[in-house]
Design a protein around this ligand. Structure first.
Ligand SMILES: *[C@@H]1O[C@H](CO)[C@@H](O)[C@H](O)[C@H]1NC(C)=O
Length: 243
Protein backbone atom coordinates (compact mmCIF):
# COMPACT_ATOMS: atom_id res chain seq x y z
CA UNK A 1 0.00 0.00 0.00
CA UNK A 2 1.68 3.19 -1.17
CA UNK A 3 -1.17 5.65 -0.88
CA UNK A 4 0.09 7.92 1.90
CA UNK A 5 0.95 10.97 -0.20
CA UNK A 6 -2.40 10.96 -1.91
CA UNK A 7 -4.24 10.45 1.35
CA UNK A 8 -2.56 13.40 3.01
CA UNK A 9 -3.83 15.65 0.28
CA UNK A 10 -7.36 14.28 0.55
CA UNK A 11 -7.62 14.99 4.25
CA UNK A 12 -7.46 18.75 3.74
CA UNK A 13 -10.34 18.54 1.28
CA UNK A 14 -12.88 16.54 3.23
CA UNK A 15 -13.24 18.74 6.28
CA UNK A 16 -14.55 21.94 4.67
CA UNK A 17 -18.03 22.45 6.20
CA UNK A 18 -21.01 22.91 3.89
CA UNK A 19 -19.24 21.56 0.81
CA UNK A 20 -20.51 18.45 -0.96
CA UNK A 21 -17.35 16.48 -1.42
CA UNK A 22 -16.48 14.99 -4.78
CA UNK A 23 -13.18 13.15 -4.73
CA UNK A 24 -11.01 12.15 -7.66
CA UNK A 25 -8.89 9.17 -6.67
CA UNK A 26 -6.31 9.44 -9.44
CA UNK A 27 -5.25 12.53 -11.34
CA UNK A 28 -1.80 11.90 -12.86
CA UNK A 29 -0.36 11.23 -9.41
CA UNK A 30 0.76 7.64 -9.44
CA UNK A 31 3.28 6.94 -6.67
CA UNK A 32 6.75 6.65 -8.19
CA UNK A 33 7.40 3.34 -6.46
CA UNK A 34 4.65 1.64 -8.49
CA UNK A 35 6.24 3.00 -11.65
CA UNK A 36 9.62 1.65 -10.56
CA UNK A 37 8.36 -1.71 -9.31
CA UNK A 38 6.30 -2.81 -12.28
CA UNK A 39 5.75 0.02 -14.76
CA UNK A 40 2.61 1.47 -13.18
CA UNK A 41 -0.40 1.47 -15.50
CA UNK A 42 1.37 -0.74 -18.03
CA UNK A 43 1.05 -3.71 -15.68
CA UNK A 44 -2.16 -5.45 -14.61
CA UNK A 45 -0.64 -5.43 -11.10
CA UNK A 46 -1.92 -1.86 -10.84
CA UNK A 47 -5.48 -3.21 -10.60
CA UNK A 48 -4.94 -4.75 -7.18
CA UNK A 49 -2.94 -1.79 -5.84
CA UNK A 50 -5.42 0.78 -7.10
CA UNK A 51 -8.26 -1.19 -5.52
CA UNK A 52 -6.40 -1.37 -2.21
CA UNK A 53 -5.81 2.39 -2.33
CA UNK A 54 -9.48 3.01 -3.15
CA UNK A 55 -10.47 0.72 -0.27
CA UNK A 56 -8.54 2.89 2.21
CA UNK A 57 -10.15 6.05 0.82
CA UNK A 58 -13.68 4.60 0.91
CA UNK A 59 -13.17 3.28 4.42
CA UNK A 60 -11.58 6.43 5.89
CA UNK A 61 -13.49 9.17 4.07
CA UNK A 62 -16.54 7.55 2.50
CA UNK A 63 -18.96 8.63 5.23
CA UNK A 64 -18.42 12.25 4.09
CA UNK A 65 -18.04 11.78 0.33
CA UNK A 66 -21.02 12.23 -2.00
CA UNK A 67 -19.31 11.24 -5.24
CA UNK A 68 -16.16 9.50 -6.30
CA UNK A 69 -14.36 9.81 -9.61
CA UNK A 70 -11.93 6.94 -9.98
CA UNK A 71 -9.64 8.38 -12.66
CA UNK A 72 -9.52 11.83 -14.19
CA UNK A 73 -9.61 12.02 -18.02
CA UNK A 74 -7.82 8.78 -18.87
CA UNK A 75 -8.61 9.40 -22.55
CA UNK A 76 -6.16 12.30 -22.72
CA UNK A 77 -3.80 11.66 -19.80
CA UNK A 78 -2.81 8.28 -21.19
CA UNK A 79 -1.92 9.77 -24.57
CA UNK A 80 0.19 12.44 -22.93
CA UNK A 81 1.91 9.83 -20.75
CA UNK A 82 2.49 6.98 -23.22
CA UNK A 83 2.09 8.30 -26.77
CA UNK A 84 3.57 11.80 -27.01
CA UNK A 85 5.34 11.90 -23.61
CA UNK A 86 4.30 15.36 -22.44
CA UNK A 87 3.16 14.03 -19.02
CA UNK A 88 4.89 11.57 -16.65
CA UNK A 89 6.16 8.91 -17.02
CA UNK A 90 7.16 10.45 -20.37
CA UNK A 91 7.24 7.33 -22.51
CA UNK A 92 7.10 7.27 -26.32
CA UNK A 93 8.74 5.91 -29.42
CA UNK A 94 9.87 7.54 -32.66
CA UNK A 95 8.40 9.27 -34.56
CA UNK A 96 5.45 9.94 -32.25
CA UNK A 97 6.88 11.70 -29.21
CA UNK A 98 6.79 15.44 -28.70
CA UNK A 99 10.24 14.86 -27.32
CA UNK A 100 12.94 12.20 -27.65
CA UNK A 101 12.17 9.33 -25.28
CA UNK A 102 14.57 6.84 -23.77
CA UNK A 103 11.82 4.23 -23.30
CA UNK A 104 8.31 3.45 -24.47
CA UNK A 105 6.28 2.22 -27.41
CA UNK A 106 3.69 4.67 -28.69
CA UNK A 107 2.12 2.04 -30.94
CA UNK A 108 0.85 -0.17 -28.09
CA UNK A 109 1.42 1.33 -24.63
CA UNK A 110 -1.47 3.83 -24.66
CA UNK A 111 -3.88 0.97 -25.38
CA UNK A 112 -2.37 -1.25 -22.67
CA UNK A 113 -2.41 1.55 -20.08
CA UNK A 114 -6.04 2.33 -20.91
CA UNK A 115 -7.00 -1.32 -20.58
CA UNK A 116 -5.43 -1.59 -17.13
CA UNK A 117 -6.95 1.74 -16.12
CA UNK A 118 -10.40 0.51 -17.13
CA UNK A 119 -9.95 -2.71 -15.17
CA UNK A 120 -8.64 -0.83 -12.13
CA UNK A 121 -11.67 1.45 -12.33
CA UNK A 122 -14.05 -1.51 -12.62
CA UNK A 123 -12.41 -3.28 -9.71
CA UNK A 124 -12.66 -0.21 -7.45
CA UNK A 125 -16.31 0.32 -8.43
CA UNK A 126 -17.11 -3.31 -7.72
CA UNK A 127 -15.51 -3.01 -4.29
CA UNK A 128 -17.38 0.22 -3.53
CA UNK A 129 -20.69 -1.32 -4.50
CA UNK A 130 -20.16 -4.53 -2.53
CA UNK A 131 -18.68 -3.10 0.62
CA UNK A 132 -19.59 0.59 1.00
CA UNK A 133 -22.33 1.96 -1.22
CA UNK A 134 -25.37 0.70 0.70
CA UNK A 135 -24.03 2.25 3.90
CA UNK A 136 -22.35 5.40 2.55
CA UNK A 137 -24.88 6.14 -0.19
CA UNK A 138 -22.42 7.82 -2.52
CA UNK A 139 -22.07 7.48 -6.28
CA UNK A 140 -19.03 6.45 -8.27
CA UNK A 141 -17.98 7.11 -11.86
CA UNK A 142 -15.20 8.32 -14.11
CA UNK A 143 -14.49 11.53 -15.98
CA UNK A 144 -13.52 11.89 -19.62
CA UNK A 145 -11.82 14.67 -21.49
CA UNK A 146 -14.21 16.11 -24.04
CA UNK A 147 -14.21 18.25 -27.13
CA UNK A 148 -17.18 18.04 -29.45
CA UNK A 149 -16.62 17.04 -33.08
CA UNK A 150 -18.20 18.66 -36.11
CA UNK A 151 -17.57 17.58 -39.72
CA UNK A 152 -15.48 20.09 -41.67
CA UNK A 153 -17.55 19.32 -44.77
CA UNK A 154 -20.58 17.12 -45.34
CA UNK A 155 -18.59 14.64 -47.41
CA UNK A 156 -19.09 10.99 -46.52
CA UNK A 157 -15.48 10.69 -45.37
CA UNK A 158 -15.65 13.73 -43.08
CA UNK A 159 -18.92 12.51 -41.56
CA UNK A 160 -17.26 9.14 -40.90
CA UNK A 161 -14.18 10.90 -39.49
CA UNK A 162 -16.41 12.81 -37.08
CA UNK A 163 -18.02 9.60 -35.88
CA UNK A 164 -14.62 7.89 -35.64
CA UNK A 165 -13.20 10.70 -33.55
CA UNK A 166 -16.06 10.35 -31.04
CA UNK A 167 -15.54 6.58 -30.94
CA UNK A 168 -11.81 6.97 -30.32
CA UNK A 169 -12.06 9.73 -27.71
CA UNK A 170 -15.27 8.84 -25.83
CA UNK A 171 -15.91 5.26 -26.91
CA UNK A 172 -12.40 4.08 -25.96
CA UNK A 173 -13.32 4.61 -22.29
CA UNK A 174 -17.11 4.71 -22.24
CA UNK A 175 -18.02 1.82 -24.57
CA UNK A 176 -16.33 -0.72 -22.26
CA UNK A 177 -18.05 0.84 -19.24
CA UNK A 178 -21.48 0.79 -20.87
CA UNK A 179 -21.33 -2.15 -23.31
CA UNK A 180 -18.40 -4.21 -22.03
CA UNK A 181 -16.20 -3.82 -25.12
CA UNK A 182 -14.25 -1.35 -27.26
CA UNK A 183 -15.93 0.31 -30.27
CA UNK A 184 -15.90 -1.81 -33.43
CA UNK A 185 -14.04 0.86 -35.40
CA UNK A 186 -11.20 0.79 -32.88
CA UNK A 187 -10.97 -3.00 -33.00
CA UNK A 188 -10.87 -2.86 -36.78
CA UNK A 189 -8.23 -0.14 -37.11
CA UNK A 190 -6.01 -0.92 -34.11
CA UNK A 191 -6.23 -4.70 -34.54
CA UNK A 192 -4.02 -6.82 -32.32
CA UNK A 193 -2.45 -3.73 -30.69
CA UNK A 194 -5.75 -3.23 -28.85
CA UNK A 195 -6.08 -5.57 -25.84
CA UNK A 196 -9.30 -7.55 -25.68
CA UNK A 197 -11.54 -8.14 -22.69
CA UNK A 198 -12.03 -11.67 -21.44
CA UNK A 199 -15.64 -12.57 -20.73
CA UNK A 200 -15.04 -12.18 -17.01
CA UNK A 201 -13.45 -8.74 -17.49
CA UNK A 202 -16.25 -7.67 -19.78
CA UNK A 203 -18.89 -8.63 -17.22
CA UNK A 204 -17.04 -6.79 -14.45
CA UNK A 205 -16.59 -3.60 -16.43
CA UNK A 206 -20.03 -3.41 -18.04
CA UNK A 207 -22.24 -1.02 -16.09
CA UNK A 208 -19.46 -0.07 -13.68
CA UNK A 209 -20.44 3.57 -13.30
CA UNK A 210 -23.19 5.61 -11.66
CA UNK A 211 -22.32 8.78 -13.57
CA UNK A 212 -20.16 9.95 -16.44
CA UNK A 213 -18.09 13.06 -15.71
CA UNK A 214 -17.60 15.21 -18.80
CA UNK A 215 -14.81 17.76 -18.70
CA UNK A 216 -15.65 19.78 -21.77
CA UNK A 217 -13.09 22.11 -23.31
CA UNK A 218 -14.03 23.19 -26.86
CA UNK A 219 -15.26 21.95 -30.23
CA UNK A 220 -13.26 21.03 -33.32
CA UNK A 221 -13.83 20.40 -37.02
CA UNK A 222 -12.99 16.93 -38.32
CA UNK A 223 -11.33 16.39 -41.65
CA UNK A 224 -10.74 12.84 -42.82
CA UNK A 225 -7.11 11.78 -43.11
CA UNK A 226 -6.39 8.54 -44.94
CA UNK A 227 -5.13 5.79 -42.64
CA UNK A 228 -1.33 5.88 -42.63
CA UNK A 229 0.44 2.81 -43.92
CA UNK A 230 3.25 1.45 -41.80
CA UNK A 231 3.76 1.95 -38.09
CA UNK A 232 0.92 3.75 -36.31
CA UNK A 233 0.06 5.17 -32.90
CA UNK A 234 -3.31 6.34 -31.53
CA UNK A 235 -2.83 9.72 -33.26
CA UNK A 236 -2.52 8.08 -36.67
CA UNK A 237 -5.02 5.27 -35.96
CA UNK A 238 -7.74 7.87 -35.48
CA UNK A 239 -7.01 9.17 -38.99
CA UNK A 240 -8.54 12.62 -38.71
CA UNK A 241 -7.08 16.08 -38.90
CA UNK A 242 -8.45 18.22 -36.11
CA UNK A 243 -9.05 21.82 -37.06
C1 LIG B 1 -23.97 19.94 -43.44
O1 LIG B 1 -25.36 19.68 -43.51
C2 LIG B 1 -26.10 20.22 -42.43
C3 LIG B 1 -27.54 19.75 -42.55
O2 LIG B 1 -28.04 20.02 -43.83
C4 LIG B 1 -25.94 21.74 -42.41
O3 LIG B 1 -26.64 22.28 -41.32
C5 LIG B 1 -24.48 22.09 -42.31
O4 LIG B 1 -24.28 23.49 -42.36
C6 LIG B 1 -23.67 21.42 -43.39
N1 LIG B 1 -22.25 21.62 -43.11
C7 LIG B 1 -21.38 22.04 -44.00
C8 LIG B 1 -19.98 22.21 -43.53
O5 LIG B 1 -21.67 22.29 -45.15
Amino acid sequence: MHANNSLNRLVSVVFIPGIQVHITLHHLDLPQILEDEYGGWLSPRIIEDFTAYADVCFREFGDRVVSWTTVNEPNIGILASYDVATFPPGRCSDPFGATKCTAGDSTVEPYIAAHNTLMAHASAVSLYRKKYQAMQKGVIGISVYSFWSYPLTNSTVDLAATRRCKDFFFGWILDPLVFGDYPEVMKKIVGSRLPSFTEVQSELIKGSLDFIGINHYYSLYMNNRPLATGVRDYGTDISVSLG
